[in-house]
Design a binder for this molecule. Structure first.
Ligand code: TYD
Ligand code: MG
Length: 455
């Protein structure tokens, strides 16, 4: 018999290679390939003359009931989910360790239990005493949650089969679960997949809303949540800087709703508090104008959020390669914007270090941020502060044009409500918003001229 081939699986994306490599050929992550047991081969060909049952085809045009959704008791969580959890669906809750996943889910489970729902919380990481202590701190000790510490999927499913299925089942975390259907230690790609598969099947068959917690980590020893993305209905990401108070819950995939709404929370002494009006959160306490700071009216789903962008330019004396460091924005986008400013507007960043930071631990993904970033960069380079009461938005193209963006009037209205009275953006944005003076910029050069002209 031929020796079974070695198999290396990427813990980030789950792709399979037959030799070890430092970098995954699929997702380009480093040091994520781990050896796993060889796959069982299904070499026998299907015998089509017997065994298979016929399947029935259906038409798309059948009246269906509207989706039933259950509220989690946390309005911000419901909003990010597109209106609550769908019974029988599987949700993957990803996030870095310590960001607050267990806290969020304990709060949601407690709220469901207090509203008469049956909520089961299985902790594979912490002892029940630890979870109880956290619940006490959160003021949830009285909530009738069913709590257990367990890691064996068979034990969990056997126990659950003994009574009516719960409304919510939280597994914290999937990386600690162990299925005896296959070999391997908890946390390996095959164990994580097999455990998730069994739990998801239970949830679908019994109409249970299942939440799997998945740690996102760069450590290749634990399989990341990406290997489960295709198996679940909803992928959520809980984000934020641990050193900052604010946390953002985002849906990255949702089979039952849109993925553009976010939930905003603040981590406080008594757990996560919901922030229902986040538009002011990411403006740091700005009093005097400072060079290198601009305000961008971002849009998250239907809610505008004003964020401060900070840029710092440090001129280098030596010929060392200058650093470009970005927190909260894409570094490739910064490189593009710097290139456009250099080649189309004649500015020189080549011998300077560039630091860009989005205040408050916020992560920007809106392409309309280009102009605000450019304004912060030019202001920092020229050492000219921008007016405190101004906002900037627009997408910048490689030809240095400023492109229109979605929902300009929503952005302008929110800014006017918060006391901003000057806005700069794409030239053809003709909207009139009372109390706000709008200047349309023809191109990036017009921005440079404006910044240079400011006091
Ligand atoms: P946790 O929910 O354990 O994170 P995760 O499950 O994602 O690993 O939250 C951990 C952090 O949250 C911890 O460092 C302390 C902080 N925290 C608070 O600030 N206030 C609280 O009320 C609680 C419960 C936690
Ligand atoms: Mg946890």
């Amino acid at each position: 018999m031929a020796k079974p081939k070695k198999r290396f699986i990427c813990a980030e994306c789950g792709s399979v290679s037959h030799r070890w490599q430092g970098q995954c050929p699929d997702c380009s992550e480093w040091n994520t390939l781990v050896e796993e047991a060889p796959e069982t081969k299904f070499s026998a060909k299907h015998d089509l003359s017997s065994g298979g049952k016929p399947i029935t085809f259906e038409s798309l045009d059948v009246a269906t009931r509207p989706l039933e959704r259950q509220t989690t008791g946390l309005a911000e969580f419901d909003r990010a989910l597109g209106g609550g959890v769908v019974p029988g669906s599987a949700i993957l809750m990803g996030g870095e360790p310590g960001i607050g996943k267990s806290t969020l889910l304990l709060q949601a489970a407690a709220a469901i239990a207090r509203n008469g729902g049956d909520a089961v919380y299985i902790s594979g990481e912490e002892a029940t005493g630890q979870v109880r202590m956290r619940a006490g701190r959160l003021g949830l000790a009285g909530a009738p949650i069913k709590l257990a510490a367990a890691t064996s999927v068979r034990d969990i499913l056997t126990t659950l089969a003994g009574s009516a299925p719960p409304a919510l089942l939280v597994i914290d975390s999937i990386q600690t679960m162990h299925s005896d259907m296959i070999e391997g230690a908890p946390g390996t790609v095959s164990q994580v997949r097999a455990s998730a598969f069994e739990l998801i099947r239970y949830a679908k068959e019994n109409n249970v809303a299942l939440v799997l917690v998945g740690h996102v980590t760069k450590d290749g020893n634990i399989a990341g949540p990406r290997v489960l993305e295709h198996m679940v209905d909803v992928v959520m990401s809980f984000e934020g800087e641990r050193s900052h108070q604010y946390r953002i819950l985002r849906a990255l995939k949702n089979r039952f709703g849109a993925v553009d709404e976010i939930g905003v929370f603040a981590m406080e002494g008594q757990g996560l508090a919901e922030v229902s009006n986040p538009s002011m959160l990411f403006l740091s306490g700005r009093e005097a104008p400072v060079a290198g700071s601009s305000v961008f009216p971002a849009l998250e789903g239907t809610r505008p959020v004003l964020v401060e962008i900070q840029a710092l330019i440090v001129r280098l004396q030596s010929g060392a390669t200058p650093r470009r460091s970005v927190v909260g924005w894409e570094s490739s986008r910064l490189a593009m914007l710097l290139a456009v400013l250099e080649s189309r507007c004649g500015l020189n960043f080549s011998s300077a270090e560039v630091y860009l930071n989005v205040a408050g631990g916020y992560r920007l993904s809106d392409p309309a941020a280009d102009l605000a970033v450019a304004a912060a960069l030019v202001s920092a380079l020229a050492d000219k502060p921008l007016p405190l009461n101004s906002i900037w938005f627009g997408e910048v193209s490689l030809s240095a044009e400023i492109r229109p963006v979605s929902h300009a009037s929503l952005r302008l209205k929110e800014a006017a409500k918060l006391g901003f009275d000057m806005a700069s953006g794409p030239a053809d944005e003709g909207q009139k918003v009372s109390g706000l003076r709008y200047s349309g910029l023809k191109g990036l050069m017009a921005l440079v001229d404006r910044v240079m002209a400011s006091a």
